[in-house]
Design a protein around this ligand. Structure first.
Ligand code: ADP
Ligand code: MG
Length: 563
């Protein structure tokens, strides 16, 4: 600490570059401060520091198993966020002066690199804007940040005295229960579970927090009610959605999309208080939507789309500008390629001509290459074992193909499967267009060399917030990856994509994602690289999002491999 003080005294009022002298480690008694990387100027990305306590005095119960450990580390990250808000004054001069940041969390609990709870220490990785007056070192302000604020953060977030033990236990147990519940789904023949009492609606279209007041808690229809036994909570009741094709119907604004969206987030565990703690779906579920304008590289969409104008093959379909329906077909084929057991489809975000075609239109337009999704959902389950939950308000033809029908009325769910059978009897079913089966899309190899990481003299592969990643000169748009939860996942995905591009060996998308996640499983997320032991900004992505992100690189080239 004395050394830190004297260095600061020495560099006071010098050019900002003098801060470089701070790099190194400092013993604060109860913890060690590591200054890993000093920013070049006050406006550059903030400097990277780590604080590591001399011991881990928390109850080992909180981090004894892998699940508990990542949940606890997630919890401590949130504690650090709170402690920073409380202890840090913030703006202390030009640029990012005085800012202290830890990885930003969302409503979901993920393995992340921001905090490590090891058996013998607790470490938080943070970014600090070293304070400047103009472009010179402001040592007095730096002393306050490093010698007063940081120790307060350590005391408030990384030691048992500063942390709410009951909240920590609840966090860890909630995550353990949710993971257990998700693990039970397959053996129960379910694709998703929505606990009674769950709060599904969100605060707003721009916020993933729970609706503040007036939310109608979820209640399972009797016919779908299942009871499960969880390690911490004990018995939990809720709606089990069976494998196969399930329809969610209901009038406009009655809560259909809200339920489907909750299912799509059910691939992740949620923080206590979120309302969706006991809403889970198969971990490989994929929300499918139309995404016109996206690029597609060599994807086999022949399962939904036959011949294209000009005789273009759909077994090896590439375009720089997909239409609503071809983009949705590509999204499904890519999901099948990387592996999924549940597709989630909402009419609100689907292309109409992809979902359905009626008799009149079939009569008038003879040259329609699309087999509408209504003809594909059945075979998807029958031939490939892939279930679908689809939201439809307007197209009763879907009743023909659904095994289960859930009606939402004033946000309340009812089983109307029986009634839907009567309706089908009274209004005769339409004849299917294709009526054939469906096979797995052809394998495809991505050309690593088609992703160019060069940007000027350097190479880059990094996340840019939640919905964009920068690979060389390309900004890859990830806006429509609806199950991407955090910028930390985007950062991890960008690095995986970067690694794939630089190793220069062609692979299939499931190989790229699978191998990367296997390596992370063994060596941790930090193995994706960072600056000297400071990889602090990543959270774990799913293989589905890794593949989806790479599939959206506009320069990507790929070719199907004949079966
Ligand atoms: P739909 O897809 O059936 O048209 P939405 O799911 O978009 O309806 O929901 C319509 C509105 O109702 C949204 O503003 C949503 O936040 C709200 N909402 C949904 N479920 C509930 C609920 N259980 N309690 C209160 N409000 C809800
Ligand atoms: Mg809707």
């Amino acid at each position: 600490m004395r050394r830190l003080k004297s260095t600061l005294d020495r560099i006071d009022n010098k050019g900002y570059g003098a801060y470089k002298d701070l790099e190194g480690s400092y013993d604060f008694g109860s913890f060690t401060l590591h200054v890993d990387k000093v920013q070049r100027d006050p406006f550059a990305p903030p400097s990277l520091v780590r604080v590591r306590t001399g011991e881990n005095a928390f109850d080992p119960d909180l981090f004894e198993s892998p699940v508990r450990r990542f949940a606890f580390e997630d919890f401590l990250t949130r504690c650090a966020e709170r402690a920073i808000r409380k202890a840090v004054k913030g703006n202390r001069g030009s640029g990012k002066s005085g800012r202290v940041e830890v990885q930003r969390t969302s409503q979901v609990v993920l393995p992340r690199t921001s905090v490590v709870a090891d058996a013998s220490y607790v470490e938080a990785r943070m970014a600090v804007g070293l304070p400047a007056k103009g472009r010179t070192v402001d040592a007095r302000a730096a002393r306050e940040v490093l010698l007063e604020e940081l120790p307060e953060i350590v005391a408030g977030a990384l030691t048992p005295g500063g942390v709410d033990a009951e909240a920590a236990r609840e966090h860890v147990e909630t995550v353990e229960d949710a993971g257990h519940l998700r693990g039970l789904l397959a053996s129960l023949g379910l694709v998703a579970f929505v606990g009674d009492g769950a709060v599904l609606p969100r605060e707003s279209g721009a916020s993933d927090r729970p609706m503040a007041g007036g939310a109608v808690p979820f209640r399972s229809p009797e016919e779908f009610r299942r009871t499960v036994e969880l390690p911490n909570r004990g018995e939990v009741c809720g709606m089990g959605i069976p494998e196969g094709v399930t329809l969610i119907v209901g009038g406009g604004f009655h809560g259909k999309s809200t339920l489907l969206s909750a299912l799509s987030w059910g691939v992740y565990d949620h923080v206590p208080g979120d309302g969706r703690e006991m809403v889970v779906s198969r971990e490989d579920s994929v929300k499918i939507r139309a995404e016109d304008g996206r690029s597609v590289a060599g994807v086999d969409i022949s399962g939904s789309i036959g011949e294209l104008p000009g005789g273009g093959s759909t077994e090896d379909f590439s375009t720089a500008n997909a239409s609503g329906s071809t983009s949705q077909a590509a999204n499904i084929a890519e999901a099948l390629e990387v592996g999924t057991s549940l597709l989630l489809v909402d009419e609100d975000t689907s292309a109409t001509n992809f979902m359905i075609r009626d008799e009149r239109m079939r009569e008038l337009v003879r040259r329609e290459p699309i087999s509408p999704f209504i003809d594909v959902v059945g075979p998807l389950y029958r031939d490939l074992g892939v279930s679908t939950v689809v939201v439809v308000g307007g197209v009763g033809d879907y009743l023909d193909v659904a095994a289960h029908v859930i009606l939402l009325e004033d946000y309340a769910a009812r089983d109307v499967t029986g009634r839907s059978r009567e309706v089908v009897r009274d209004f005769p079913p339409r004849a299917p267009v294709g009526g054939g089966g469906i096979s797995h899309p052809r394998n495809r190899r991505l050309e690593a060399g088609s992703i160019d990481l060069r940007r000027g003299k350097k190479t880059t592969a990094r996340g840019r917030g939640l919905s964009s990643m920068e690979l060389g000169r390309e900004q890859v748009d990830l806006t429509y990856l609806e199950q991407l939860a955090e910028g930390g996942q985007t950062e991890a995905i960008a690095r995986i994509a970067g690694e794939f591009a630089s190793v220069k060996s062609n692979r299939s998308a499931p190989e790229v994602a699978g191998e990367a996640l296997e390596k992370i499983g063994k060596e941790g997320l930090g193995s994706l690289g960072g600056f000297r032991g400071h990889p602090g900004e990543m959270s774990l992505p799913r293989p589905q999002e890794v593949a989806a992100a790479i599939n959206r690189v506009r320069t990507l080239k790929a070719a199907t491999v004949p079966a």
